[in-house]
Design a protein around this ligand. Sequence first.
Ligand code: SF4
Length: 199
Amino acid sequence: MAKINIAHFIENTEVEGPGKRFAVWVQGCLRHCPGCCNPQFLDFIPKTILDSQQLCSHIKTSQCDNGIEGVTFLGGEPMLQARGLSEVASFCRKIGLSVMVFSGYTLEELQKNDIPFTEELLQFTDLLVDGAYDQNKPEKERNWVGSTNQRFHFLTNFYKDGIEFDERFSHSFELRFISDGSIITNGFPWQVVMESNRP
Ligand code: SF4
């Protein structure tokens, strides 16, 4: 049972992939793309450490409570925590949930197998969005991605090619008003921003 260093998660969101999803942002990324939407998630520092079984338990609860159709892994870089996430993805598959992964690495880079457990995570991934964000190539047409160089790979037939253009999911974001006065936003282009109204 591997540990996962989690920057943030949302049990039920409709803007991080098709349908209702449990979204997990992992902590840590080597790329440091200019204009990255989540610069606070790039450093390799401990945040919320859960083992894969604990995360699976949260996901199962959301499936029962919210009827989610899948999970989305974002970051940070999910492939750098592929061991734990592959265990979670395997569990999700078993309970009928789809798995979507955003990676700053291209599929070709991942297939070189230089990063441990990427093969396992890809094995349980239905929809991979690959490639590092390029702020000089802003995406205007497709759902969920920030730049035109990023590609959708339909690794199973769970989703149909073209869903990235489906207007039902077109560029949107969510606002959450938390009881402590803070506001959390997420969504296009997959940023998470936490602001506090507290003095
Ligand atoms: S790969 Fe993604 S998370 Fe990493 S720096 Fe680039 S945009 Fe940010």
